[in-house]
Design a binder for this molecule. Sequence first.
Ligand SMILES: Cc1cc2nc3c(=O)[nH]c(=O)nc-3n(C[C@H](O)[C@H](O)[C@H](O)COP(=O)(O)OP(=O)(O)OC[C@H]3O[C@@H](n4cnc5c(N)ncnc54)[C@H](O)[C@@H]3O)c2cc1C
Length: 497
Amino acid sequence: MNRKEMIYKNDPALIQGFLEDTSNIKTGHTPGVYFPDNVTDVSKLLRESAASGKKFVIAGNGTGTTGGRIPFGDYVIAMEKLNWIEKPVTSDGNKAIMTVGAGALLEDIQKKAESFGWLYPPDPTEKLCFIGSTIANNSSGARTYKYGPTRNHIARITVVLTSGDIVDIPRGKYCAGKDDTFHLDLPFAGALEIKVPGYNLPLTSKHNAGYYSTRDMDLIDLFIGSEGTLGVIVEADLQLIPIPEKIISCLVYFSTLDDLFHFVDNAKKKTKGVDPRALEFFDCNSLGFLRKVYPEIPANTAGAVFFEEETSQEREDETLEAWFELMERFNAMTDESWIALDVDEQRAMKAFRHELPVQVNEWLSTQAESKISTDMAVPDTSFIELYNFYRHSCENHGFRYIIFGHIGNAHVHLNILPANHDEFITAKALYHDFVEKALELGGTLSAEHGIGKLKAGYLVKMFGNDGIQEMVRIKKILDPHLVLNMGNLIPEDYYQT
Ligand SMILES: Cc1cc2nc3c(=O)[nH]c(=O)nc-3n(C[C@H](O)[C@H](O)[C@H](O)COP(=O)(O)OP(=O)(O)OC[C@H]3O[C@@H](n4cnc5c(N)ncnc54)[C@H](O)[C@@H]3O)c2cc1C
């Protein structure tokens, strides 16, 4: 190994940050952190692991919510130096490809794409994450309603396996055929046969829990969303689309939740010809947090919907008219609502949306207990049942809580904000009931944040013993010495059987 070139740090003061993400897990520990600055370094590091017995955790930028990057005795591979962002290359006039290193910041990628007139659609609320992590976690955001998750926008990845093999996986090159099996022949690992998992995924419009599975599956989709358990993603080709000519953004308030939910339902059915790219929800408690910074939020509101539609200069008035008609039909508080038609106003509206986690985190920093938050989604038809279950459970316990997020995908986040340790314990127990309820309704344990270490135990509830064993089978083919991101997704005791 070219140790002279690869930086390695083990001074506790310098590596403390690698023991954290936003999950509030505080017990991580590591012998040290490697900082590869090229793909070969990653390959050498992993290739030696069989002999050295070293285990590794991959570190992105630490914004993950599930403890996925936190080491428990493992060495850390920091991805930050693999941060190249190449110029977009037009592929067919209407699309472009941009090659990026896994450690490039999403925010920088989006800015660079935009400076060339292109849009990279995935937009997780948190922009200070690395692109490799968003691929490993199949991240989503508000625009996922129209464009789907990260998976839909990745044309190629390069992955380093624990054998040291550097595998280039363009979409379409390795597809499971009639035998539902991927066939690989690699320099170090040799011939590998990986059967596609046999389980079905939930019928939700977003899902990010466990290895992907579908008919005629592409190998790239096995790695996307696998949370770093199958290999280190080192580079990717992102699929870009032209920046829309015009966008309409609006934050609209409602005085009853009934009207709000009917409005969302009809927006999804494209009633009056509307065609949203984002549909996001804020309950009245979320608005209460935001009112500290935005006192103009009306007092008598039950909740708000943020929507966006892509249009053109020519169609702008027609698009607005369609939305106004829909707002009127469902008794929206149109006069108090906020419509943003130019880039500056839209930036201000984005800041409004980003202010919610800021305010909640600020409040939490004054409290002794951390929040309990959910990331479940259900099929559209079950959304209101899950929503009411969340709400009534919190109100019965007298909890302080907020509900917000991606209502277009029947995926809202509930955050319980415990006032004391007793409430924290009760809320933690209640989390089990929320999981049970979401699964009973045909939903998913995680729609976007993934499983990490925090929720691995719950993944068993979702997929059962047989489903987890299918994941173990795949993990053992691609990582036979169980070296990489152990404890993520699959509870460790499942490797014993
Ligand atoms: C305020 C806030 C809002 C958020 N909003 C959203 C949202 O709207 N949608 C959403 O999907 N997520 C959201 N997230 C979660 C988080 O931003 C994403 O999960 C993101 O992908 C994490 O990126 P990171 O670089 O910080 O990764 P880290 O936290 O460092 O790591 C995350 C996981 O990815 C693995 N990993 C990192 N790099 C690689 C790689 N190159 N190859 C393989 N595995 C790798 C790590 O081992 C770990 O398991 C939010 C987080 C916060 C704090």
